[in-house]
Design a protein around this ligand. Structure first.
Ligand code: ATP
Ligand code: MG
Length: 280
């Protein structure tokens, strides 16, 4: 698979395959202490239909900001974002979005939250119930269908917010550290399930994570961002076979090599601002 940074003469086929095109995008925020705080600078990124792309970078480098711009929550300061060929100018309702902070609707139960996006036009009542109960079981929330978010643990709320985005099966899902606060076992189970769902449905997934193992284990490509203002430092192709065994990912051919390449790039970013600790 070719890299994100392509020549201007890329083929028409590649253009048609592109679902998200971030073109020279910058984002500045007005803050009390600093006018025009630069969060993102000149980001160029193309994501193709059916790709699983992970994004890693130091805390505060603009990863969440980038997802929010793609989702249309706030406008870009420079450049533009094309989504399936159309410029994103307001809320992009064609994407599913799992925010970094899980935000369930507090006045709806778990099952009502999960079924929220399943429109009666597309789903019969029976299909809706089947879909909701499938995902609730998947996330280990059986028995908690009638609970309200305030009655759940943090991890349970997180799981419910993940399956709410998956349940209505959008073609593109943006996930912002969805498994971050979960315990290691639940995390692996959900990573495994996410890959299984993705292998069946081949949605396009853009997935932000702090966890480099997770970034490699899930992705076709890993985007590495620099310290703020975030730029794209590198993009690594992950040439590991699929389907992948999340539970034994360290043993899979190609894992060590991919992880080594990623770490080599990433560790230099961690050292920025701490010159005394810089190594070779
Ligand atoms: N609404 C906002 N107003 C002002 N500044 C903001 C706003 N949102 C983000 N920022 C700033 O933009 C920068 C990037 O923030 P962002 O949340 O995108 O980082 P991140 O890479 O997702 O970090 P983390 O890994 O900690 O989640 C930060 O310096 C943050 O303070
Ligand atoms: Mg973030």
């Amino acid at each position: 698979m070719p890299d994100i940074a392509e020549t201007p003469s890329r083929s028409a086929r590649s253009q048609a395959d592109t679902v998200i095109h971030v073109e020279n995008v910058s984002k500045f925020f007005q803050t009390p202490s600093q006018e025009n705080l630069g969060a993102l600078l000149n980001i160029d990124l193309e994501i193709r239909h059916g790709e699983f792309v992970t994004i890693v970078g130091p805390s505060g480098c603009g990863k969440s900001t980038l997802l929010k711009l793609i989702a249309g929550f706030s406008p870009v300061s420079g450049g533009r974002i094309l989504f399936q060929g159309d410029e994103v100018r307001g809320l992009n309702t064609r994407v599913g979005y799992v925010p970094q902070e899980s935000k369930l609707f507090p006045w709806l139960t778990v099952e009502e939250n999960v079924g929220f996006g399943l429109s009666p036009k597309k789903y019969s009542r029976a299909d809706r119930e089947r879909q909701v109960s499938y995902f609730i079981k998947l996330a280990g929330l059986s028995g908690f269908e009638k609970y309200y978010p305030a009655q759940l643990s943090g991890g349970m709320g997180k799981r419910a917010s993940i399956i709410r985005a998956l349940a209505y099966e959008p073609a593109v899902i943006l996930m912002d550290e969805p498994f971050g606060p979960l315990d290691a076992q639940t995390r692996m189970v959900l990573q495994d399930e996410l890959l299984k769902i993705w292998e069946q449905k081949r949605q396009t997934i853009v997935f932000v994570t702090h966890d480099l193992v997770e970034a490699v284990a899930l992705a076709d490509r890993v985007v590495v961002m620099t310290h703020r203002p975030g730029k794209i430092k590198d993009v690594i192709n992950i040439n590991m076979a699929r389907p992948r065994n999340i539970f034994e990912i360290h043993r899979q051919d190609g894992f060590d090599d991919a992880y080594g390449r990623l770490w080599n790039i990433f560790r230099h970013e961690l050292n920025i601002g701490r010159p005394s600790e810089q190594d070779s």
